[in-house]
Design a protein around this ligand. Structure first.
Ligand code: TXA
Ligand code: MG
Length: 351
């Protein structure tokens, strides 16, 4: 399959290109598009064949359902059994934006779209290209992140191209995404609500609105959870992993620096190429094949923005091992640490 590349202005998307992409969605095709978090790979959420093609293109396990994207909160009604009061509150405050809500789904939704679960994940993105594409397609769009399953999520059209060229119909290229980590997933089919995946909307902000909001143990897990504790299918699959082995070093900054240096040296002595994911405050302390800074430790918005891009860049440097520094778990840091722990396959070293 030839993958069509469509460059669009993210602030003022060209209607003809959106129309072309929408016509591909309408005939059951697959289109990657930018959202404010990461690029998504879109298909008509109500067309089960299109959704199956989506799983196939990504090589995604069939038991891990995608998020369904809508262009208006009112579109949720026909997809769900009921909209709980707390969901209304969150939609009012955080939509459009990086927040996905889990509802009990209605009969309209094909079982392929929800991997035979009785619940559905829905969000309204805050990106003109995504919103226009959904509107012109005249259907809700199922869109997992537009990477090959297990790889870091794409924050540029180039990342999508690297993973999916020849496997999908088109890519809408609207430049780099703004937030850089995926949406926060909150389950409202249970009470009290439970945060299943930390992401672009901070836990602290959600808790302020909801009062009682639980964190699923997976969010801060430092090892693989037993299967019976899993609440979101995505929890049990390998994720965000570059080709190189990843080691995450957590602790206070001086100890982290010492530990990273020591690890880098021991791998170098074994003849392995080392990449280090550092921060602005620490990067000059290291010598290695590749050293990159995620940004300042005090600017977790920037750290989140650069995380997936740098995981890919360090990997492209052909290193055998990537040693990454941990950061604070406040705000977007919770999502960053969750992704780094998963990327390391829970190879975590306490400094
Ligand atoms: O920011 C994002 O959320 C991006 C952009 C494209 O919108 N999308 C994204 O989709 O990250 P994906 O498919 O890569 O991640 C969806 C997550 C998975 O962890 C999946 O297991 C979970 O949502 N999920 C989907 N349906 C669910 C459900 N019914 N119950 C619990 N978790 C669900
Ligand atoms: Mg994903």
């Amino acid at each position: 399959m030839k993958t069509l590349l469509l460059k669009v202005n993210p602030g003022k998307p060209d209607p003809e290109k959106i129309q072309l992409a929408a016509s591909i969605i309408q005939r059951g095709g697959l289109v990657a598009f930018p959202t404010e978090t990461v690029y998504g790979l879109g298909a008509d959420a109500l067309n089960h064949e299109a959704v199956l093609a989506l799983f196939e293109a990504k090589k995604r396990p069939l038991d891990n359902p995608p998020i369904v994207h809508v262009a208006d909160p009112s579109e949720v009604t026909r997809l769900v059994v009921e909209v709980p009061k707390k969901a209304e509150l969150l939609m009012e405050k955080f939509w459009p934006g990086p927040l996905t809500l889990i509802f009990k789904h209605s009969n309209l939704v094909p079982k392929e779209t929800v991997a035979s679960l009785d619940t559905i994940a829905i969000r309204m993105p805050k990106h003109k290209v995504a919103l226009e594409l959904i509107r012109q397609s005249r259907c809700p769009i199922a869109a997992p992140s537009a990477n090959l399953a297990g790889k870091p999520s794409p924050t540029t059209a180039q990342h999508v191209y690297e993973d999916l060229n020849g496997r999908i119909d088109a890519i809408l290229d609207g430049g780099s995404t703004n937030i850089g980590v995926e949406s926060t997933v909150v389950d409202l089919s249970v009470d009290p609500p439970m945060l299943l995946r930390p992401g672009g909307t901070p836990f602290e902000a959600l808790k302020k609105v909801l009062g009682d909001l639980r964190l699923h143990p997976f969010v801060e897990a430092e090892q693989e959870l037993p299967l019976q504790q899993i609440r979101s299918p995505g929890m049990k699959h390998k994720h965000y992993a570059p080709k190189a082995e990843v080691i995450l070093v957590e602790g206070n900054v001086p100890d982290v620096i010492a530990k990273v240096k020591q690890l880098a040296e021991s791998y170098r002595l074994k003849g392995e190429k080392v990449g280090i994911l550092a921060t602005d405050e620490t990067q000059t302390a290291y010598r290695a094949e590749v050293v990159k800074s995620l940004g300042s430790r005090f600017d977790l918005v920037t750290v989140a923005q650069s995380l997936f891009r740098l995981l890919r860049e360090v990997d492209a440097g052909g290193v055998d091992v990537i040693i990454a520094e941990g950061v604070s778990s406040d705000g977007l840091g919770l999502a960053v640490m969750n992704r780094l722990r998963k990327a390391s396959g829970y190879h975590i070293v306490k400094a």
